[in-house]
Ligand binder design. Structure first.
Ligand SMILES: [Zn+2]
Length: 145
């Protein structure tokens, strides 16, 4: 199965990831996150890597895609600061529920939803870029194989 060519109906998250306003880099990164193609610490550990595998933002948690973009304190703080007024809810700890919420509740052409999608994509992108910056600052966290 090709990773760039969808077969059949588009995935429910397709419009969330690719449509409307956002820098292409944010859209591409969100696509990598949705497909779980990002290199999180749990993957590095499963490949036999060494180092610290905890989340850089909340060290008691293992860094996984599902944690970073669901249960992580940074995701919840960004949501509270950026989207909670327009979409009052408590974000789930489960990435799949967050993706389902965003795919369902942010769809449509209304400016409010287009802006919310762009903000949500920017949240994902910002978390990943900040995580990368912090990781590069701490040599103990550099992935070693
Ligand atoms: Zn965290």
């Amino acid at each position: 199965m090709g990773i760039f060519k969808a077969k059949g109906a588009p995935a429910p998250w397709c419009s969330l990831v690719w449509k409307d306003l956002s820098p292409q880099r944010d859209k591409f990164l969100v696509w990598l996150v949705v497909k779980n193609f990002i290199t999180t610490c749990d993957k590095v550990a499963s490949w036999g890597g060494s180092g610290l595998f905890s989340c850089l933002f909340c060290p008691c948690s293992l860094e996984t895609r599902d944690h970073l973009f669901g249960g992580c304190v940074v995701y919840k703080e960004l949501y509270a600061g950026l989207l909670a007024k327009a979409f009052p809810r408590t974000p789930s700890d489960d990435w799949n529920i967050e993706l389902q919420w965003a795919s369902n509740d942010l769809k449509g052409k209304q400016l409010r939803n287009q802006a919310a999608k762009a903000i949500w994509r920017a949240m994902i992108s910002t978390i990943w870029r900040e995580r990368y910056s912090l990781k590069m600052e701490d040599p103990r966290r550099a992935s070693r194989r």
